[in-house]
Structures are given as structure tokens and as C-alpha cells.
Design a protein around this ligand. Structure first.
Ligand SMILES: [Zn+2]
Length: 415
């Protein structure tokens, strides 16, 4: 049961289903060693809830012009450098209308060190989601959109040179992903097998906003790294994909008002830090305050904070969501909605500690898609946390439900 105390190992569960039978890393570390190291980490996590350093993160100063406190803005040539990088990025590309607005790459998966065999989480949930949809003949694999990797210049839109340089240290990455054995690997392997998959998912989140603007909605089957801010990674989040996505939307989609609806069980302290004092972004965060990251400073930046205590059940959860959406309606008129749809609110999830039923998840997602539809506002959904064996089916069923309710269509538009 100690394994259940791992702090939010987000992308150990990603979309790829081809987890190797024998990890190539097993030659570097025997499984027994990994087990020992993992258990060591778990004890540390249990003892120190702020293991990833979120509580100790340096406070960021507010931008005097109301723009976010991201590193590129403050230290790297300001807004014009950011704008140049965004305008020259290749992450926005033309997507043929025959494609369905579901964004996924086999490269999303992180299977390393054989660790996926040691923990109780489903490390192939995203591939299974896709397979469920394909098996039900709701989706053809060739209609999925494959994103590009977010390159260094793309990441510098919000991250600093020094932050990206810090990821060249395997120890730093091991702290961010909270898997100590990563510290023992050569950084080239860490980059290839851990950071590259993250960067592909970041590319997916960024592209999703463009696709949503064109098609009304888009789901990135991955992403939602809401614990990473421009200045600091943590909680298995190395890159601030939500912050990046929003800056790309500001610069390339003529969007000036964005609503983040973060319904992952954990508080989204990364984007909350990045958009503090930024009136262009409205944040609705519904989270369990009894679990990681306990970031009280970031909580001050939430426009509408809805705290749901451990043990909250479906009816109460959905009722409070209805109330929150009503408040948001009156408070803000978004041109884009970023929906962080973690499924770690599921009943039985050892990290989220909430008691929401599978049907409750489908209803929750339906409410958000309906909220966007009523306002004719483009919606980006990110799948974020949730790693039980049942999670993939629950997510697939929710997508099927959205299709049945005609809130999305999983067929490409023929031209
Ligand atoms: Zn979470």
C-alpha cells in the first residue's frame, strides 16, 4: 500500500500501449534496486508532502502591465522575444478536415526503468483509451492528429534558459518526476525516454488550441501538466504546457480572454503562479485541499476556488460544479476554455481521495462541453491525472457519451 503514496506520477500513465516486455533500462539497474529506491522515495513523499518543492517555490513578482510572471517575459527579451518565438514556431500546422480533433502520439508514453511494472498505476491508459474507441468503431486510428515536439525555442516562450539547462541534470529531472532512479541515468537517456515524451505532449496541448478554434473543440490525449510553472517543475510536470498553450493562443489566434477550468483532483498551482495578476485569464479550480501540492500562495491567484474535501461523493461534487459554472458564467466571458480533466477524482483513486463514480465523470465532462457549446466557445480538454486500471475505460466511455450527446463528433469532415 505504500506504493499508493506516490505523489501524482502523472505521465507514467500515457497514451502509448506498447510498453516493452523487457525495459532496455533493466541493464542499468536491477529491478530489486529500483524497488528499494522507489520505496525510499515513497517514504520521503509520505514524510514531506511538499517533496516537489512547491511550497518552497520562490514567489514571483507581478508584472506591472498585467501580463503573466513567466520567465521569458521578465528575463529574456520580454514580450517581443516571446512573440518572435511564437510566430516562428512550427507547432501550429494545418490539420486536414478529415482528421478528428483528438491529438495523440505513440511517443507520449513514458516507459522507463521497468518502473511501470513496479507501481500499481496503469502505465498504458492512453493507448487503451484509443483502443477502446477504435474497438467500438467510433474512431479510426488514421484520423488521430499527431503533434510535433515542442522544441527549445518553443519552450523558451515561457521557460528561462536556466530552467531548461537545469533539466540537463538527471538529478533535477528525478526530483521533478519523483522517481529517484532517474537520477542515476545519463542525461541523454533521461532526455530521450522522459523529457521527449513530455515535449510531444506539450506540442499536443499547444496545437489543441488552434484545432479547437477551427473545430470548436479538441482533446489532447495527454498533457495537463498543471503543477509546472514557468519557473519550476514538480509533481511529475516538467513543462508548463497550459501556460504555453495560452500564450500561443494570445499571439496566434487573436484570443485575449481564456478560462481555465481545472477539475483534476489536485490544485493547479503551475498555471496559477504563471497567470497571477493577469486579467486575461480566469481560473476556476476545483480540487481536494487535503492532498498535494498544498500551495497556499498559488491559491491566492485562483479566481474561483472550489475546495472538495476527501470523501466527497458524486452528487455533492456535481452540484458544486453546477454552482461554480454559474458563477463563472457571470464573472467572465472567455474566447477559449482550457479544461484540465483529470480523472483522479474517481472513487478509489488513492491520490485524489474523492468518491466520484464513472458516470459522474461522464456527467462532469458533459457539463463542461455543454458549458462551452452554449457559449460557442472553443474548448481544449487535457486528460491530466488519473491512473487506476479502470481510468482508461472511464475516459473512453466519457468520450463516447460526449459523442452520443452530439457534443463532439468523432468523424472527420470530408471535403
Ligand atoms: Zn491530479
Amino acid at each position: 500500500m505504500k506504493l499508493l503514496t506516490v505523489t501524482h506520477p502523472r505521465t507514467l500513465s500515457t497514451c502509448q500501449s506498447l510498453v516493452p516486455t523487457h525495459s532496455k533500462f533493466s541493464t542499468y539497474l536491477p529491478i530489486n534496486s529500483l524497488d528499494v529506491l522507489l520505496l525510499f522515495n515513497l517514504r520521503q513523499s509520505t514524510r514531506n508532502a511538499s517533496y516537489a518543492g512547491e511550497m518552497a517555490a520562490p514567489s514571483s513578482s507581478r508584472g506591472g502591465d498585467g501580463s503573466p510572471n513567466t520567465a521569458a517575459h521578465d528575463c529574456d527579451g520580454g514580450e517581443s522575444a516571446r512573440s518572435d518565438r511564437i510566430l516562428s514556431s512550427k507547432l501550429y500546422f494545418d490539420v486536414h478536415t478529415s482528421k478528428v480533433p483528438l491529438i495523440y502520439s505513440p511517443s507520449y508514453d513514458i516507459a522507463f526503468l521497468g518502473i511501470e511494472k513496479l507501481h500499481p498505476f496503469d502505465s498504458s491508459k492512453w493507448g487503451r483509451i484509443c483502443r477502446f474507441l477504435i474497438a467500438e468503431r467510433l474512431l479510426d486510428k488514421k484520423h488521430l492528429i499527431e503533434p510535433l515536439e515542442a522544441k527549445r525555442e518553443d519552450l523558451l516562450v515561457v521557460h528561462s534558459e536556466s530552467y531548461l539547462a537545469s533539466l540537463k541534470n538527471s538529478l533535477t529531472v528525478s526530483t521533478i518526476v519523483e522517481v529517484p532512479p532517474v537520477a542515476l541515468l545519463p542525461n541523454c537517456l533521461v532526455d530521450k525516454h522522459v523529457l521527449y515524451p513530455f515535449r510531444k505532449q506539450v506540442g499536443g496541448t499547444i496545437l489543441a488550441a488552434k484545432v479547437a478554434k477551427e473545430r470548436g473543440w479538441a482533446i489532447n490525449v495527454g498533457g495537463g501538466f498543471h503543477h509546472c510553472s514557468a519557473a519550476k517543475g514538480g509533481g511529475f510536470c516538467a513543462y508548463a504546457d497550459i501556460t504555453l498553450c495560452i500564450h500561443f493562443a494570445f499571439a496566434r489566434l487573436s484570443i485575449s480572454r481564456v478560462m481555465i477550468i481545472d477539475l483534476d483532483a489536485h490544485q493547479g498551482n503551475g498555471h496559477e503562479k504563471d497567470f497571477s495578476g493577469d486579467s486575461r485569464v480566469y481560473i476556476l479550480d476545483m480540487y481536494n485541499p487535503d492532498i498535494y501540492p498544498f500551495d497556499y500562495e498559488a491559491r491566492r491567484n485562483i479566481n474561483q476556488k472550489v475546495e472538495v474535501a476527501s470523501g466527497t461523493t458524486t452528487n455533492e461534487y456535481l452540484s458544486r460544479l453546477d454552482g461554480a459554472l454559474k458563477v463563472a458564467t457571470d464573472a467572465f466571458d472567455p474566447e477559449l476554455i482550457i479544461y484540465n480533466a483529470g480523472t483522479d477524482i474517481l472513487d478509489g483513486d488513492p491520490l485524489g481521495r474523492l468518491k466520484i463514480s464513472p458516470d459522474g465523470i461522464a456527467t462532469r465532462d458533459e457539463k463542461i462541453f455543454l458549458f462551452a457549446r452554449k457559449r460557442d466557445t472553443p474548448l481544449v480538454m487535457l486528460t491530466s491525472g488519473g491512473y487506476m486500471k479502470s481510468s482508461a475505460k472511464v475516459i473512453a466511455d466519457s468520450i463516447v457519451n460526449l459523442s452520443k450527446k452530439s457534443l463532439i463528433t468523432l468523424e472527420g469532415v470530408q471535403t
